[in-house]
Design a protein. Structure first.
Lengths: 187, 251
């Protein structure tokens, strides 16, 4: 490391004038076969929804390939697959919704297969840096049981990373602080 | 090797994907729990972060340079309406590098800001300063082959906020950087040199290291300034680069 990074600053309350775009919350076109919605609410330490949050997700396609800017790992061949979603609105109520498909399993550097997962960045007014978490899927119990990253998380906190199946997709709430606090990662 | 070739080698943009990205010291960025900025109180995790060995998910990232996201017009914030916005026309330009000094080409740079009076075009900004019908305050561009970006805009004004008695934010432009990998994602704020509000702003001072704070302050450039047109500010941005070891060990 020759140079030092530019420090982070809060995204603030006004990002919605610049960062969202129409298709931002769509990892895939909603008409895609197998597309579903992940819905969730972001809560603060008092249990109140955080209305001015910005959430971004990044994931592999169902074949385990990424829409990576440089084709790393073999480029996704899925039509219209962006791999990325951004949700943030001017008059939020603490909820987010993204439309996606379930990612395939990809290996970790040691060669072990990871369970299907989605990387998540969360920012908000009052957060001086992003926090990072992962979404796993409640209907992937077998894969989750052997996931090398979940294994690093204390057993009594793993549930905070697991999205619950519901009509039309999954629910994944994030608690930034307090009882049931979501696990956040140092990446 | 000629000087020209050597320069080309040194400044060749990043074309390979690192297996993992450098871990930064804990004080490289502001703490999430920073009481002088009151909104952090209920919005910081209290449990320690869990070390995640980077996997392919973390070392890849999206290509967002297509026309659904960004068009060439998006880089000029003064030409998004019929008339010209009020205020001091400026250019803001610079380059995006990684911590090895390699330029990051074709990566999305996004900005948003208040108008010349310090007012955002946002429904929750209601401080009594006028909106400018000719200024929305948002821009985008992708970096060129040398990692360069360039915006034309209006110098934003400082504005009061409710954090403490007589609290004012120094004038700033918000920057969002996608980098080329999930690990490189950065949102920051660019400040202007010599701002008198610096000593009193808990967000600026949440970066505890003075040298690090300096890295958020743009430079005025007389040579970049265009005669009879616009004053130039320059702001280079550094994102995490490759780690020196090829593989990370799981901790």
């Amino acid at each position: 490391m020759i140079f030092k990074t530019t420090p982070s600053q809060t995204v603030g309350p006004n990002f919605a004038i610049g960062l969202p775009w129409d298709e931002g919350p769509h990892v895939v076109d909603p008409a895609t076969a197998g597309a579903f919605t992940i819905t969730g609410t972001i809560y603060d330490g008092a249990g109140q929804p955080i209305p001015d949050h910005l959430i971004e997700t990044w994931q592999a396609d169902p074949e385990g390939r990424f829409a990576d800017a440089y084709g790393h790992g073999g480029a996704s061949a899925m039509e219209g697959f962006r791999g990325f979603a951004r949700y943030g609105v001017e008059a939020g109520d603490g909820e987010f919704q993204i439309v996606t498909v379930k990612p395939g399993r990809v290996k970790e550097p040691g060669g072990r297969l990871q369970a299907p997962h989605i990387a998540v960045t969360l920012m908000a007014r009052g957060m001086l840096n992003r926090v990072v978490t992962r979404i796993y899927f409640g209907d992937e119990e077998e894969a989750n049981a052997t996931d090398p990253i979940l294994a690093l998380v204390p057993a009594d906190r793993r549930q905070t990373l697991i999205a619950t199946p519901q009509d039309g997709g999954y629910r994944f709430n994030i608690r930034v602080q307090g009882p049931g606090e979501t696990v956040f990662f140092d990446v | 090797m000629s000087t020209e070739e050597k320069t080309e080698t040194i400044y060749a943009p990043v074309v390979d994907t690192p297996r993992n990205y450098v871990r930064e010291p804990a004080d490289a960025h502001p703490p999430l729990d920073y009481p002088p900025y009151k909104s952090t109180t209920l919005r910081h995790p209290t449990q320690p972060l869990i070390y995640l060995p980077q996997t392919i998910t973390e070392v890849t990232g999206p290509a967002l340079g297509d026309a659904r996201v960004v068009t060439p017009d998006d880089a000029d914030l003064t030409r998004r309406h019929d008339g010209e916005p009020i205020g001091e026309r400026i250019t803001v330009s610079g380059r995006v590098f990684d911590t090895e000094g390699k330029p990051l080409r074709n990566t999305l740079v996004e900005v948003w800001q208040a108008n010349a009076c310090g007012r955002y075009r946002h429904r929750w900004d209601n401080w009594p300063a006028p909106l400018d019908p000719n200024f929305s305050g948002a821009g985008r561009c992708v970096t060129d082959a040398e990692g360069g970006y360039h915006f034309t805009t209006i110098k934003p004004g400082p504005y009061p906020w409710g954090n403490h008695y007589n609290a004012w934010r120094p004038a700033h432009i918000h920057f969002s950087l996608m980098g080329r990998a999930f690990t490189q994602r950065l949102v920051t704020q660019m400040y202007f040199p010599g701002d008198p509000f610096f000593p009193y702003d808990p967000i600026f001072n949440s970066v505890r290291d003075e040298a690090a704070r300096e890295r958020m302050i743009s430079r005025f450039s007389i040579h970049g300034t265009q005669p009879d047109w616009a004053a130039a500010y320059e702001f280079d941005i550094y994102l995490r680069g490759p780690a020196s070891t090829p593989f990370e060990e799981a901790h």
